[in-house]
Design a protein around this ligand. Structure first.
Ligand code: ZN
Length: 457
């Protein structure tokens, strides 16, 4: 246990190890967790008074307490009264640029990437996809090095017209393309790095930049598919979304929010059932909340965020006082359309996923927290049941990234789960009442991480 990445927590690790029962009679690396309500993640009824076995980094048995056989002497962890859910997966984040309240490319360092992964791990996020704003080779190097905690997937650099891709401090990270040959060459570079997907921006940002043209995105999609890579798009308008579906796009980083999705759109989605749609509800929180939500007073937020972080978040949610009222109204209307379209698409059988934009222009520095709040918004504002939202945030979001060993708690799956103090089926906000997090079979040292962050202020 506690290999490689937790080298900074040797003392805590030794304490944890010495607290375990003697391992002499049992096979090494086997632990039985028993007594919890277990939510598998596939939508099936929870297993009350469950038992499950973790062997090294895998789940090896799941059942009712007393019905799962383990060798005598196997260490047992009694989690009676708790609820266990699979660790979440966030399909749309931006790594590296945020550090506290600062947002700059200078923050894009190995140290900061690792810190962000720790922040996701703290909140029980098993995997994240960095969408289009990687800088140079660093994301691939860090991806290769990380063997514990949150899995780091990256699309490397994304595609836009020159100087017309991502926003803010991330703008220069994308490939700016003007012809098909260059676009194909850049896709080949991503393929050589084994990028986990390809990201494109198809958005004129309210007429302020040039939108990636159909001939260019068709070439990018074609070349990516030749290399067995899928393509996801930042796009927000219905007409573009239809054209991209026809061009063979594999996923949407945002929901259509300029217009109500129509029968033609739903028919296109029906032909392509694996195409996924992310909603970035967290990223649009300013337009969704009309004031400070009660959860802002949750004292556990101080475990991961500074006073300055939380002050900024409070101001964002209260509505910035100097904002242009027309712009505020426009954002509100688009957010309402997003929520309605998400409900309509889900009801029609569309594949939606958790994708928050955390770390980006609108997502801010609220790594992990944003994923849980987006899950809550899927219930309170889109109308999913807590169970449906949990399936979206676990199984479906893992499938969207091709991570077949994540998203459910079943034999053979990676041992990535969250132990909760309260039942999220009663109130989806209970996914934030985290007791412990295990990723790849190892408990995340949440207390030590929190102490480190708080020591830094
Ligand atoms: Zn984004």
């Amino acid at each position: 246990m506690f290999r490689t990445r937790w080298v900074g927590f040797t003392a805590a690790a030794l304490l944890a190890a010495s607290a375990l029962p003697a391992l002499s009679q049992a096979p090494a690396g086997v632990t039985l967790f028993e007594g919890a309500r277990l939510i598998v993640g596939d939508g099936s009824a929870p297993i009350e008074n469950s038992a499950f076995v973790v062997t090294e980094n895998r789940i090896t048995a799941v059942g009712r307490r007393g019905a799962v056989n383990v060798p005598p002497g196997t260490p047992r962890v009694d989690i009676t009264g708790k609820t266990v859910i699979p660790a979440l997966v966030d399909d749309h984040v931006h790594m590296g640029y945020r550090r506290g309240t600062s947002f700059t490319a200078d923050n894009y360092t190995r140290e900061n990437l690792l810190d962000m992964l720790d922040r996701y791990a703290f909140y029980g996020i098993a995997a994240v996809l960095e969408t289009g704003t990687g800088r140079g080779d660093l994301p691939y190097k860090v991806r290769a090095e990380v063997r514990t905690g949150t899995r780091y997937l990256t699309t490397g650099s994304g595609f836009g017209m020159p100087n017309a891709g991502p926003g803010g401090a991330m703008r220069d990270s994308a490939y700016g393309v003007t012809n098909e040959a260059d676009a194909r060459k850049d896709v080949q570079e991503l393929a050589a790095h084994k990028a986990d997907m390809v990201k494109i921006w198809v958005d004129d940002r309210a007429g302020t930049v040039e939108k990636l043209t159909p001939d260019l995105y068709r070439a990018i999609i074609d070349e990516a598919h030749k290399h067995n890579m899928r393509v996801m798009a930042h796009t927000t308008e219905l007409a573009d979304a239809k054209a991209l579906l026809r061009a063979g796009l594999d996923g949407f980083a945002h929901m259509v929010r300029d217009k109500e999705i129509d029968a033609e759109f739903l028919a296109l989605v029906k032909e392509r059932p694996n195409v996924f749609f992310l909603e970035t509800l967290w990223g649009e929180r300013r337009a969704i909340y009309g004031g400070k939500p009660g959860w802002l007073d949750d004292p556990t937020l101080r475990e991961a965020f500074s006073t300055e972080d939380l002050k900024q978040l409070g101001e964002q949610l209260a509505g910035e006082p100097n904002a242009n009222p027309q712009a505020v109204q426009r954002a509100r209307t688009m957010a309402e359309t997003n929520l309605r379209n998400t409900a309509k698409l889900y009801a029609a059988g569309g594949r939606i996923g958790l994708g928050t934009d955390t770390g980006g222009v609108s997502g801010g520095q609220f790594f992990g927290l944003g994923s849980h709040v987006e899950l809550e918004l899927l219930v309170t504002r889109v109308g999913l049941t807590p169970m449906q939202a949990l399936v979206v945030g676990t199984k479906t979001s893992a499938e969207n990234l091709g991570l077949s060993d994540l998203g459910t708690i079943a034999p053979g799956k990676s041992a990535d789960f969250i132990v909760l103090d309260a039942n999220p089926l009663d109130n989806i906000a209970n996914t934030r009442r985290i007791n412990r997090v295990y990723l790849r079979g190892q408990e995340i040292p949440r207390g030590a991480l929190s102490a480190k962050w708080n020591a830094k202020g």
